[in-house]
Design a protein around this ligand. Structure first.
Ligand SMILES: Nc1ncnc2c1ncn2[C@@H]1O[C@H](COP(=O)(O)OP(=O)(O)O)[C@@H](O)[C@H]1O
Ligand SMILES: [Mg+2]
Length: 316
């Protein structure tokens, strides 16, 4: 069974006296299988938080459906399955971290000894034991994010939904988040998290979906996403000016001039072989042959740039 299943989900926000409309989601489909770390990637304003809030029952969709383990999102039965880290964890700021975790445990119906056991373990796990009895209002953004993660883990639900878990964290904090996510996955949990930081996605995810302008632009395993792409091969070379015309036939297209030498790019191996022979035969030199695999970053830019609709209709 899918941990999350979303069908034709649409959301239009209507604001103010002029009833201006912002289309946040334009009918998205999404399946998150059990036991995977699923990255929900997209630039700011893509619709990630809107989707997540609908999954948590904090917003109602304009159309379509969202289910958690087959149960409609927002119902008690659905919520009981999910630990949630909001994008901006605006906690009750007069509570201490220890009190907040205890409160969350109570909301999930845990008894006192269980709450206390899990609270202490998680404070330790996110490195917040030293500040556990200070009110949250004295916390930095990174500290709040850590406590936010701890409260998402506390109920030990099979599904974790994390909205930008690495936001506000320094590189060490980001590594901690990654370690925690992978540890939860080893315990068999399903983790669905949004991010606009691609480095996080490529080190944590089994599957990703790319969203932009309220539409899904691509879904697949990270390997598929990266492998589907034809490798590009760059040949860095130099050749005497007068010998250049001899290369014309073997050249793919324009040659880029760089400080390292001229660079010709190819997408197929035979063409590279032919070109290398031609360069040498013409008295040139080959400095480097660089295979180039498309990065997640490039796929992301390509997918989010194409067909991007304006998000706002009926005024701005
Ligand atoms: N409460 C709201 N009222 C009006 N527009 C909103 C509201 N929440 C989000 N939006 C708009 O919906 C779009 C998607 O936002 P969001 O889901 O927060 O994107 P992301 O989390 O991917 O950055 C944006 O254009 C945003 O301005
Ligand atoms: Mg967001």
């Amino acid at each position: 069974m899918n941990a999350i299943s979303v069908r034709s989900l649409a959301k239009t926000f209507v604001r103010g006296f002029l009833r201006r409309k912002t289309v946040a989601l334009r009918g998205i489909d999404l399946d998150v299988p059990e036991g995977v770390v699923f990255g929900f990637l997209g630039p700011n304003g893509a619709g990630k938080t809107t989707t997540i809030k609908i999954l948590m029952g904090l917003l109602f969709p304009t159309a379509g459906s969202a289910r958690i383990y087959g149960v409609p999102a927002g119902t008690r039965a659905a919520k009981a399955q999910v630990g949630y880290l909001p994008e901006r964890p605006y906690f009750y700021e007069y509570l201490t971290a220890r009190e907040l975790l205890d409160l969350v445990g109570r909301l999930y119906g845990l008894d006192r000894s269980e709450r206390s056991r899990r609270t202490e373990r998680l404070l330790e796990r996110v490195g917040m034991t030293h500040a556990a009895d200070r009110p949250l209002r004295s916390y930095s953004k990174g500290m709040l994010q850590r406590v936010g993660l701890a409260q998402a883990l506390l109920p030990e639900t099979p599904l974790l939904v994390l909205d930008e878990p690495a936001s506000g964290l320094d590189p060490i904090g980001r590594k901690d988040v990654r370690d925690i996510v992978l540890e939860e996955k080893r315990k068999g949990k399903t983790i669905f998290f949004s991010t606009h930081i691609l480095a996080d996605a490529s080190t944590m995810c089994d599957r990703v979906a790319i969203i932009a302008g309220g539409r899904i632009r691509g879904v697949g395993s990270l390997d598929e996403m990266l492998e589907r792409r034809i490798d590009r091969i760059d040949v860095v070379f130099s050749i005497p000016e007068e010998a250049r015309p001899a290369l014309a036939d073997a050249l793919p297209s324009a040659v880029r001039r760089t400080p390292e030498g001229d660079v010709a790019s190819f997408s197929d191996h035979d063409a590279v072989q032919a070109f290398l022979r031609a360069v040498l035969a013409a008295g040139g030199e080959v400095h480097e042959v660089v295979p180039h695999r498309q990065t997640l970053e490039e796929i992301f830019v390509e997918k989010t740039a194409s067909r991007a609709p304006a998000a706002t209709e009926g005024g701005s």
